[in-house]
Design a protein around this ligand. Structure first.
Ligand SMILES: C[S@@+](CC[C@H](N)C(=O)[O-])C[C@H]1O[C@@H](n2cnc3c(N)ncnc32)[C@H](O)[C@@H]1O
Length: 246
């Protein structure tokens, strides 16, 4: 299952999506941190740190951060782990990875969520921040997550989800569709940065409902599949890889 239908104004076929998304983030990379910092009222670092702690990331864990981008989740994780030594960051965008590399001494890997270049049972904890909409298949992605987690390992997927209610939906649309891309262009003077934030909105708007994500996680063999919602907006999908039976 695709996380959203083909967005024909950007790319013609599902096969063309990865290249389009890659170019989008390569071009927007230098602006990403600043734009998401003020765009979320400077709350991003504290929220990422808080939610990783709430979901049980602990010193000693080996963490895989899929779609690490410029490293915002990994930097928060390193503060909890006390080191970046056991953090592996994966992303298909060389531009985003290049910025992440300047921030922490983790292991950096160019790759995609749908085909992870890691052995089975490698990680205690797996994160993916604000990138689920960019994969080409939920099934392939979650099968890979299930495969690389150790038995008993946990995954945490952070997303923004369009509110279901009319009032919330109205303000969500107003901000993410109109205001955020406009302000991004104004502050950065970059059409690349604006296009990145326009696409952000379009993929959130077109995204499959949370129930479909939960069903796909369960279908991949993961257990304790849950969605926690913060402020009616921030979805935290979590799940466990079943422990080996004694
Ligand atoms: C919005 S950024 C999120 C960055 C970071 N995780 C954060 O919390 O800010 C989305 C990232 O997903 C990456 N991405 C796109 N397609 C991907 C795929 N198929 N597998 C893994 N990462 C992907 C992009 O290159 C980009 O760095």
């Amino acid at each position: 299952m695709l996380p959203h239908p083909t967005l024909a104004t950007h790319y013609a076929t599902p096969e063309a999506k990865p290249e389009f998304v890659n170019q989008l983030f390569n071009r927007g990379a230098e602006h990403y941190d600043a734009v998401v910092d003020w765009g979320f009222l400077r709350s991003g670092a504290a929220y990422r740190h808080w939610t990783l702690q709430q979901h049980g990331l602990r010193p000693g864990h080996h963490l895989l951060d899929v779609a690490c981008g410029t490293g915002l989740v990994a930097v928060a994780a390193a503060k909890i782990l006390g080191t970046a030594e056991h953090i592996t960051c994966l992303d298909p965008s060389a531009g985003m990875l290049g910025i992440a590399r300047t921030k922490l001494a983790a292991t950096f890997v160019l790759g995609r969520a749908e085909a992870l270049p890691f052995a089975d049972h490698s990680f205690d904890f797996l994160t993916m921040g604000y990138a689920l909409r960019h994969v080409t298949s939920l099934e392939d992605t979650f099968r890979e997550y299930q495969r690389v987690l150790k038995p008993g390992g946990k995954l945490l997927i952070l997303e923004i989800t369009k509110p279901a209610g009319r009032v919330g939906g109205f303000f969500f649309r107003l901000y993410f569709r109109h205001l955020y891309p406009f302000l991004t262009r104004l502050f950065t003077r970059s059409t690349d940065a604006r296009d990145m934030m326009r696409y952000y909105w379009e993929t959130m708007d077109a995204c499959v409902p949370p129930a479909a994500v939960l069903a796909a996680l369960a279908a991949a063999g993961l257990t304790a599949v849950k969605r926690n919602v913060v402020l009616g907006l921030f979805s935290e999908y979590s799940a466990l890889k079943p422990a080996l039976s004694p």
